[in-house]
Design a binder for this molecule. Structure first.
Ligand code: GGG
Length: 362
């Protein structure tokens, strides 16, 4: 009997809706071509539009509802008439926190046919092949802090970053394992411990404690986040796996996506490595209200995220299927006729999606 993977789809806002629909179409095509498994999607209409009507993003029992699924596929969140901190804290951040998704994996490489901004990467696209491991549950996005004197000229706001031994140790260990699984076995830890002398110093200390377990197995080094941006641009080939805090990795992964050609192609996986909760897969781009609903969003980041979801669901058994999907995605990006505007083409979301479904069926 075919295995059924139950997927909770949360398209969210703007182009999140367009690309989630496209990813669903592709995932059905993958299952059909592969045989032996199928996807069953349940769509949750949790969005900023709904928030404006009912004043809540997710119902009280959202964790229980989502725990009935094997994985979550998320589109994007953010809409002009809802402050960004309300929408992010209405859905994405509580989802990651409540479902113990403490790792956010953001791979970046130059897909075939992509035009990249740096001349040296145009000549040597393989020089950019990174995995950014982002701490996803605490740090600068812990939601701690407060505001007082709000209506005076002396308004005070604090934003407290939280770093715990448990949180730091588990992300570093995950990053070392990730580095170990890759051909170059190389890990760069990013920090700002020269200026931030508490949390970041603990972050560094625990990194070197964990590193002892990998001596001789994984090569590792440390970078300050500001210098890291320069290294990413000037010496991309010197990097492989990167581990950084919630905020630093969020920023570095956008830079990585831009260096690889477009934010529209970049994927991410929010993982609960214990597998007790469903993990969540989403393109890293936002809701792009300016192009929402026009059918021109780049669905490649959504497709790559779908490939990572297949890999995660298979837990070692569907790696080949995920690799085949990635190959099919690159066959599509290689063709100038099936590239969206941000990649220098003029194809619509639908044209790219249909082309990928045809590739998958071959
Ligand atoms: N699909 C991802 C999305 O909607 N991103 C918007 C955003 O601001 N994300 C911040 C984050 O990933 O922490």
């Amino acid at each position: 009997m075919a295995q059924t993977y139950k997927i909770a789809a949360i398209p969210g806002d703007g182009i999140g809706v367009d690309v989630t629909e496209a990813a669903e179409q592709v995932l059905h095509a993958v299952a059909k071509a592969h045989g032996g498994f199928q996807f069953q999607f349940t769509t949750f209409d949790w969005s900023s539009k709904k928030y404006l009507e009912r004043k809540w993003y997710m119902p009280d029992d959202y964790v229980q509802q989502l725990q009935k699924h094997d994985a979550i596929y998320f589109g994007a969140v953010g809409w002009p008439n809802v402050p960004d901190h309300i929408s992010l804290w209405g859905m994405m951040l509580p989802l990651r926190n409540s479902l113990n998704q403490y790792v956010n994996v953001r791979p970046t490489r130059v897909l075939k046919g992509t035009t990249v901004p740096l001349a040296q990467l145009q000549d040597n696209p393989k020089h950019l092949d990174w995995v950014i491991v982002r701490e996803n549950s605490e740090g600068e996005y812990a939601g701690q802090g407060g505001t007082t004197h709000g209506h005076s000229d002396y308004a005070i706001a604090t934003e407290v970053a939280i770093f715990t031994r448990v949180g730091i140790e588990r992300i570093h260990r995950f990053a070392f394992e990730m580095a170990k699984s890759r051909p170059r076995k190389k890990l760069t830890m990013v920090t700002k411990s020269n200026a931030q002398r508490h949390g970041m110093v603990l972050w560094d200390k625990i990194f070197y404690e964990v590193a002892k377990e990998y001596d001789g197995v994984v090569e590792y080094d440390k970078m300050l986040v500001d210098a890291m941006t320069v290294r990413m641009v000037n010496k991309p080939e010197s990097l492989d796996t990167i581990v950084a805090t919630n905020l630093h990795a969020d920023i570095l992964s956008d830079l990585a996506a831009a260096l690889a050609g477009s934010i529209g192609i970049a994927p991410s996986s929010n993982l609960d490595p214990t597998r007790k909760n469903p993990s969540m897969f989403e393109p890293i781009h936002g809701s792009a209200p300016d192009i929402a609903g026009q059918g021109i969003a780049n669905p490649v980041g959504a497709f790559w995220s779908a490939a990572e979801m297949v890999r995660w669901l298979g837990n070692g058994k569907l790696d080949h299927t995920a690799d085949q999907l990635m190959e099919a995605i690159e066959n599509v990006t290689s063709n100038p006729k099936t590239r969206t505007r941000d990649m220098g083409g003029s194809a619509s979301t639908k044209q790219v999606t249909d082309a990928l479904c045809q590739e998958v069926a071959k």
